[in-house]
Design a protein around this ligand. Sequence first.
Ligand SMILES: NC(=O)c1ccc[n+]([C@@H]2O[C@H](COP(=O)([O-])OP(=O)(O)OC[C@H]3O[C@@H](n4cnc5c(N)ncnc54)[C@H](OP(=O)(O)O)[C@@H]3O)[C@@H](O)[C@H]2O)c1
Length: 317
Amino acid sequence: MTNAVHDAERIRERKDAERTRRRKDTERTREQQDTEQIWEPSSADPPVLVLGATGRTGRRVVARLRDAGRTVRAASRSAETPFDWTDRATWAAAVDGMRALYLVAPADPEPIADFVAEARAAGVRRFVVLSGRGVHRYGMALEPSMAEAERAVREADVDWTLIRPNSFSQNFADDLYAAPLRAGLLTLPVGAVAEPFVDVEDVAEVTVALLTEEGHTHRTYELSGPRALTFAEVAAEISAVSGRPTRFEAVTAEQYVADLIAGGMPEKDARSLACVHVFLSEGHNSEPTTDVRYILGREPRDFSEYVKSVAAAGIWA
Ligand SMILES: NC(=O)c1ccc[n+]([C@@H]2O[C@H](COP(=O)([O-])OP(=O)(O)OC[C@H]3O[C@@H](n4cnc5c(N)ncnc54)[C@H](OP(=O)(O)O)[C@@H]3O)[C@@H](O)[C@H]2O)c1
């Protein structure tokens, strides 16, 4: 499908979704509106609760909202507002007075629906949920928390927007990939698949737009970088820019699991990580999308820019 046809279809789908949303809004009875604390689009600064606020996306979302002068509550177990998915006593103070929320799902999906209900009862109306590209294919089997977070907001009477990013460019600066790259060889069970890695800065900027602008209710966005690279191309680019020779070699899932276990990872985690990479290897997520451009009005950041900035910081030296 060409980009033009793809864009036209998306615009038509979004217009349909917008019409449905407007109809639902008008169907809401006046009695409900009088008794509920509702999302007020007219409010210039509806307070935003950011979960996972010390994480890769959350801390960037917090920083960008604060730079824009917005009222933000940064929450996680170690953030300024204590919030623990496993300790329900921390939920009420975190959601109190908030109107919009960035949801980074916990490892265990069990508390998600209850939390969404509690946040809604406290007056939160807008939910932007971090999910992952392909979650509709593997869902509960591989990433149960992201699938459950999507389900929970869809089934609650709230304004939700889902983001499903590709693999983050920043994964290559985390030790799972960075340590092997520094040692000269990254091995993964991904074959020769290409992936349009997305920069977490773009994910954060999109998230801020979805939390603060109108027109994204009940929409799902797939966020990718502008071009797909194989892992061998990534290693070659990192070698060239960092000056440290490194390469990529595809391995079987069983070999990968054995290597991770030998490195000290519990078998369950190793198997689940292998499954994620095997899913990637099937190429369902390889096509770049136009959603970052649609939301931000500019192209997503290219992988080369990311590599240059990280190499300058000495991550792979
Ligand atoms: N990596 C990728 O390529 C990729 C791509 C698409 C989607 N994703 C999805 O992105 C999500 C992770 O987001 P991220 O990368 O922004 O976060 P992250 O860097 O993995 O950090 C996790 C955040 O969650 C908080 N947290 C952990 N346990 C918690 C608990 N019990 N209660 C409350 N907060 C808790 C942590 O803070 P504290 O330790 O202070 O609590 C931290 O702020 C995952 O669902 C992943 O599947 C990742």
